[in-house]
Each structure stands twice: as structure tokens, then as C-alpha cells.
Write a protein that binds this ligand. Structure first.
Ligand SMILES: Cc1cc2nc3c(=O)[nH]c(=O)nc-3n(C[C@H](O)[C@H](O)[C@H](O)COP(=O)(O)O)c2cc1C
Length: 245
């Protein structure tokens, strides 16, 4: 195991693996849909969530002026549709219609809800902020629904029973995934003092010791390569042609 640096603007790639959303919008009787991976809840009461949208996206102005958007959470059946919706802009034509993804009416907003998804969150625009080169749109949740095959209404979590009913996660580039296994933490409530005395068992120490040995071996190997003049220095960056999203 070797720690290698990334340039600062690639750090975001380490957050890959989170759900991808298809954000639908409606403005002046035109509907649109675009995948958005940069999203998160930001408040429980009032219920608010945030999405980061680049001003060059058609969806950007549709949210700004339509003052609403829907977060559709796609399952694997929409894998290729999700990718394609992110490769073309609605400025070039009605891509939602062209995608042939069936849709149905929202409860509280005008933007459509998409079939092939496992969750739907309707939002009105609460606020927006310019954040660097993206705009952070804050949506106020006005209605939310989930597929009962995908979401357990007793635990409030994705069931992960069936790959076809799992939310699609975005890794980067053209790569997606679904969650595999759920496991529960078993640690009991304990004070800092108790923790200092007892710790949480040997697992972490053992794993750390193993990593340390590997790192030392790697450092030794490099040193030998360097002495033989074979060592290629770490360029500390990813290929520049990687896609933005
Ligand atoms: C998986 C995926 C995730 C994306 N995430 C974002 C994002 O979080 N923010 C953003 O501005 N663009 C994101 N994009 C790019 C937009 O979806 C893309 O530019 C799209 O064509 C915009 O469509 P529009 O111009 O019709 O709004 C993503 C693209 C893909 C494929």
C-alpha cells in the first residue's frame, strides 16, 4: 500500500460511489432531465437538499426560473439512459422525449417523475448560491415517494434485496455500481475514558501493523530501484483527459 497524491481538483473523485440522481425540471411547458451526482441532504426541519449544477447545463436555468426540480433515483434499468442524458443537453432538442423513459405526474410540482426509478423527491426552489464554478440549488422537499421493493419503510433504509431494485451509484467516467452488503456496527455506547482504557479490540491495530509492513517493504523496494536507476517518480496526478462528472 502506497499513499499517492492527487492534484487538488481531483480530490472530488475520492467521493465517488454516491447515488446518481436524474434531476427533472419543467419550465415554460418544456421538461428536461439530467444526471446529477453532486447532491446531499442539508436540513431535516425544514427538509432541504442541495444539488450542485454547472451554469452551462440547460437544467441550471430551468431550475432557476422554473423554481422547482424533482430528484429521481434511478435503478440499474436506467444505467444507459442515465449516462446518455448526461452526454447531451436539452438545448439540442427534447432529450427526455427522445429517451423514451416513461414518466408520470408529480404530486406537488410540474416536472415529471420517471419510471425505472426507486425513489422520487419533489422540491420547490428554496435558495441558491454560487459556489466556485457551480451553483448550489437548495430544494425544499414538498413530496417524496419510494418503491416498496427497494426501500424498507420500517427501517427507513434501502433493502438491498434485489440488484434490480437498488439505487444506482456513480463511480466516475462511465462507471456505476450498486451497493453490495449491509453490515451493522456492534459498538456499544461508551465514554471517552472507557474507550481510552479498553479500545475496540485488536482489529485496527493488526490491520495497521500489516499496512505498515507493506509500506516499509514498498519503500525498501523503491530505494533499491532508485539505486539501480530504475525508479520512475510519481507524477502525482490523474490523466487530464478524464471527464469532469
Ligand atoms: C453520471 C453523471 C453525473 C453528473 N453529475 C453532474 C453534477 O453533479 N452536476 C452537473 O452540473 N453536471 C453533472 N453531470 C453532467 C450533466 O448531466 C450533463 O452536462 C447534461 O448533459 C446536462 O444536461 P442539460 O444541459 O440538458 O441540463 C453529470 C453527468 C453524468 C453522466
Amino acid at each position: 500500500m502506497v499513499r499517492r497524491s492527487l492534484v487538488e481538483d481531483d480530490a472530488r473523485r475520492l467521493l465517488g460511489g454516491a447515488p446518481v440522481l436524474i434531476v427533472t425540471t419543467q419550465w415554460r411547458a418544456v421538461a428536461n432531465a439530467a444526471p446529477i451526482a453532486w447532491a446531499m441532504p442539508v436540513s431535516v426541519n425544514p427538509p432541504l437538499l442541495a444539488i450542485a449544477v454547472h451554469p452551462s447545463r440547460r437544467s441550471h436555468d430551468m431550475i432557476k426560473y422554473g423554481e422547482e426540480f424533482v430528484v429521481n433515483i434511478p435503478s440499474r434499468v436506467l444505467l444507459n439512459h442515465t449516462q446518455w442524458l448526461g452526454m447531451v443537453s436539452n438545448s439540442a432538442g427534447d432529450k427526455l422525449e427522445a429517451s423514451r423513459i416513461p414518466s408520470f405526474r408529480a404530486r406537488q410540482v410540474d416536472a415529471p417523475l420517471l419510471e425505472g426509478c426507486v425513489g422520487w423527491i419533489e422540491c420547490t426552489l428554496h435558495d441558491w448560491y454560487t459556489m466556485g464554478d457551480h451553483t448550489l440549488f437548495i430544494g425544499k422537499v414538498v413530496s417524496a415517494q419510494a418503491d416498496t421493493d427497494a426501500f424498507d419503510f420500517n427501517t427507513g433504509m434501502w433493502t438491498l434485496d434485489d440488484d434490480e431494485y437498488k439505487p444506482l451509484m456513480y463511480l466516475g467516467g462511465r462507471s456505476y455500481s450498486v451497493l453490495d452488503e449491509a453490515f451493522d456496527a456492534t459498538v456499544e455506547q461508551r465514554s471517552v475514558e472507557q474507550m481510552q482504557e479498553e479500545g475496540l479490540g485488536q482489529e485496527l491495530e493488526e490491520a495497521e501493523a500489516e499496512r505498515r509492513i507493506k509500506r516499509e517493504e514498498e519503500a525498501e523496494r523503491r530505494e533499491q530501484e532508485e539505486q539501480r536507476g530504475e525508479y520512475e517518480p510519481d507524477t502525482s496526478s490523474l490523466p487530464r483527459e478524464l471527464p469532469d462528472a
